[in-house]
Design a binder for this molecule. Structure first.
Ligand code: C5P
Length: 338
């Protein structure tokens, strides 16, 4: 029975990691493609896509709780009532990551409208740096000198990629607009890296501070996200929505972007539960290599030597950061405790 459980858990662990690599590569490519190729004469509104994604994620979470806890629809209603309506303090706490993730998801569209997929992927790795900093300050985790060294390598690698100026064919523009766009994309991705680090650590602190199940936590975070995402549509794009409709510019590809991002949020949750953040970071490294290669074919992305050098430093730093610091036996005990 225990062997069966071990095999079952290992299958979920490696299966979810494989899915995460596929999801990360797929998302960055379809999102970039959807922001650079207009299909119905109009570009879709990013804020509405984020809202649709939050709605889809919320429904999927409800489905998982329903299925996992084997509840009747009435019991599911009671569970939601207890954890949402009857827990205003908990809900208030979760509004923080909920708000930041919604901002982050909007920023990612802005970044991928203005930056090519490969540059975006490498720059977004800075979230390792922000995660480490917030883990040290908010969770009081000690960060070893190897880890700090790897973070310095990461920052240098990211700076080199930024200086390389490598871009795909959609950013080539002689009017100087390209530089301006690149700056907007750069600021967006840097802000997203900060919110990603903070929200990840904040969520982990809440998750480990009580025994409320992960999926219930996701529902508590998901509900404010849906409301905040709707408010963002109103604040940012209400005029366009009134004039052209909520689903202006939507094509099957846009629904595909929304679905891949929604499912991705849930895969992140499973990976953190069954594997750990270290393996998640490894998956990101793999996805950078894959998306660079695919970008060369799909977007005519031409990396120069500086880009390749910088990207190699970023991958090296990820591997350095993820190296376990304790001996294997102690490591096994540490994992068993988690
Ligand atoms: O890049 P990062 O790892 O910060 O991406 C997190 C993504 O996963 C965000 O889109 C966020 O909305 C989603 N997420 C989620 N539920 C969690 C944690 C993250 O939906 N518990």
């Amino acid at each position: 029975k225990t062997t069966e459980t071990t095999i079952h858990n290992a299958l979920i662990k490696y299966g979810s990691l494989l899915l995460l690599v596929g999801q990360m590569v797929g998302l960055v490519l379809v999102m970039r493609y959807s922001r650079t190729h207009i299909s119905n004469g109009e570009m879709y509104l990013a804020s509405t896509a984020v809202f649709m994604m939050e709605v889809m994620k919320f429904i999927l979470c409800l489905g998982v709780v329903f299925y996992q806890l084997d509840l009747s629809p009435r019991a599911l209603g009671d569970e939601i009532y207890n954890h949402v309506w009857a827990s205003p303090n908990e809900m208030l706490k979760l509004c923080v990551p909920s708000f930041l993730y919604t901002v982050q998801n909007n920023l990612l569209y802005l970044a991928l409208t203005n930056l090519d997929a490969a540059t975006y992927q490498v720059l977004y790795q800075l979230k390792i740096l922000t995660t480490a900093m917030f883990s040290a300050t908010m969770l009081g985790r000690r960060i070893s000198s190897t880890k700090w060294a790897s973070l310095v390598v990461l920052t240098i690698g990211v700076a080199i990629v930024q200086m390389s100026g490598s871009s795909d064919s959609h950013n080539n523009d002689a009017s100087g607009k390209e530089d301006r766009n690149r700056l907007v994309g750069l600021v967006a991705v840097l802000c997203a890296a900060c919110t990603s680090g903070f929200s990840g650590v904040y969520f982990e602190k809440i998750l480990k501070g009580s025994d409320v199940a992960l999926w219930i936590r996701n529902i508590q975070m998901g509900l404010p996200s849906v409301i905040i995402a709707l408010a963002t549509v109103y604040i940012e794009d209400s005029r366009e929505v009134y004039q052209k409709g909520f689903f202006v510019g939507y094509s099957p590809l846009v629904f595909c972007v929304v679905t891949v991002q929604a499912v991705g949020g849930l895969i992140v949750a499973v990976v953190v539960k069954y594997a750990d953040n270290v393996l998640k970071v490894f998956a990101t490294s793999f996805s950078i290599v894959f998306s660079c290669i695919i970008s060369m074919f799909l977007f005519d992305f031409r990396p120069n030597l500086l880009f390749v050098g910088g990207a190699c430093l970023v991958i090296l730093s990820t591997v350095m950061y993820s190296k376990p610091e304790y001996p294997p036996l102690l490591g096994a005990i540490h994992h068993a405790e988690l």
